[in-house]
Design a protein around this ligand. Structure first.
Ligand SMILES: Cc1cc2nc3c(=O)[nH]c(=O)nc-3n(C[C@H](O)[C@H](O)[C@H](O)COP(=O)(O)O)c2cc1C
Length: 329
């Protein structure tokens, strides 16, 4: 894949997101093995870690923590923080600097009750003074690009969203990702890509649009309706790890490229990467999470899904996968 041909790169503070397609932060899914799998297939301009608790991060050992393990090819890599206490930001940022990050993101979209209780994630949206302190701590302690990931708000309210995005820009945020759903809306709800457009008009910093991109056609419509500078792809890239590459080929590349897919090989490549990156006791749970989504790429994938889910060891899961591929492929 020749990514040089993309002339729509998003460049912020020296970080070149090229192509402007990023792989979403996803707990249990966007780890080193998955990022490497997708990197090899291509089409991604930047990767994210899953959300990392700002309070705990300084104490995590990058050689032991599955959240921090990474290989050199997963670049550029943006570390996503979640937390509600400004005092936790500086130690977390100091730690991130030791890990070779290319950017830092603050999660302002997660509506999970546990995060709410800690005044973190989407609850910071309702606490502007605390949020300002968090962002000031971030901006003061790093020269890396700082981004935030938000949802559209509690209700559809263009003016409020515009004001909020202007506030974020004013606090030194370099770019935004907007998940095109309201706070609390389920992931199965149709995304409101057009709801991002007012934010795009309001600010001068780049915006990535996220939510419900499962095909090249979705990516095109999302970009059209939102006017965003780029897109973030989550579950669609787990179901089809080649989705970002297909989007790149179709939207951003001027070359004719044909993608040869061997879906069985990709599944085994993923298992190899899991075995390479994680200790044995951490592998099976990640294979199960991945397979939950990847199985959807096959017509009778529920057989793969249920076989792997019921396995108690990685060896057993591999046998179930082999049975599945022997029958359907
Ligand atoms: C299993 C799972 C874990 C997620 N974890 C995170 C996370 O750690 N941080 C975050 O900002 N969003 C997280 N999200 C939300 C995604 O980043 C993304 O906003 C959402 O899935 C919508 O995008 P999609 O339709 O392309 O999947 C998670 C989503 C899923 C499905």
């Amino acid at each position: 894949m020749n990514s040089e041909v993309c002339n729509k790169a998003v460049i912020v503070r020296g970080l070149n997101i090229n192509p402007p397609i990023v792989l979403a932060p996803m707990v249990g899914l966007s780890h080193s093995a998955f990022r490497s799998l997708v990197k090899k297939i291509g089409g991604v301009g930047a990767f994210y870690t899953e959300m990392l608790a700002a309070k705990r991060l300084p104490h995590d050992n990058p050689k032991l923590s599955p959240l921090l393990m990474k290989s050199f090819e997963e670049q550029p890599l943006i570390y996503q923080l979640i937390g509600g206490d400004p005092a936790h930001i500086r130690p977390a940022v100091d730690k991130i600097h030791t890990l070779g990050a290319e950017g830092i993101d603050l999660n302002l979209g997660c509506p999970a009750p546990m995060q709410k209780r800690q005044g973190a994630g989407s609850s910071l949206v309702d606490n502007p003074s605390q949020l300002r302190s968090m962002l000031q701590q971030l901006r003061k302690n790093t020269e890396l690009p700082v981004s935030v990931k938000i949802r559209l708000g509690h209700q559809v309210d263009d003016l409020k969203l515009m004001e909020f995005c202007l506030f974020l820009e004013g606090e030194g945020v370099d770019f935004l990702t907007i998940h095109a759903r309201l706070i609390g809306e389920k992931f199965c709800r149709k995304p409101r890509w057009h709801g991002i457009a007012p934010a795009k008009k309001a600010v001068n910093i780049p915006i990535f649009a996220n939510g419900g991109i499962f095909s090249v056609d979705d990516a095109k419509r999302c970009l059209e309706q939102s006017g965003a500078d780029g897109i973030m792809v989550g579950r669609g890239a787990v179901i089809n790890p080649w989705l970002c590459r297909e989007i790149f080929d179709s939207i951003y590349s001027s070359e004719n490229s044909s993608l040869e897919l061997d879906k069985k090989r990709i599944y085994y490549d993923f298992i190899d990467l899991l075995e390479d990156r994680f200790p044995p006791e951490k592998q099976l749970v990640r294979l199960k999470l991945f397979t939950n989504y990847y199985a959807k790429t096959f017509q009778f994938g529920h057989h793969l899904g249920s076989g792997v889910q019921s396995s108690e060891t990685l060896v057993a899961a591999k046998e179930k996968a082999a049975d599945f591929f022997a029958t359907v492929m």
